[in-house]
Design a protein. Structure first.
Length: 91
């Protein structure tokens, strides 16, 4: 069974996002979604109440949800994952 990817919301012009992208590289455990170029990522951020990037989202496949993680790595808010991790990986 494939392990769910951690979704990372990023944005163009964000220095912390650029640094994170460099550290993640091509690590297949992460799926980058750019809120400045991807309307679905922007909508997902809005639904989860994400106001800053980079933001880490944890997909819970068993419950069919995706959760925004707080600074302590705990789920802040969860919603049904309508996209079930699209194959598009943005860098």
């Amino acid at each position: 069974m494939a392990k769910a990817k951690i979704v990372v919301l990023v944005a163009e012009g964000c220095p912390a996002c650029a640094e994170l992208k460099g550290k993640i590289g091509n690590d297949k455990r992460f799926e980058l979604r750019d809120v400045t170029t991807n309307p679905e990522a922007r909508q997902l951020a809005k639904k989860l109440g994400v106001t800053g990037v980079p933001a880490f989202l944890y997909p819970d496949k068993k419950r069919g949800e995706i959760c925004a993680l707080n600074d302590n790595g705990k789920a802040e808010k969860c919603i049904k994952d309508e996209h079930q991790h699209t194959k598009n990986r943005e860098t």
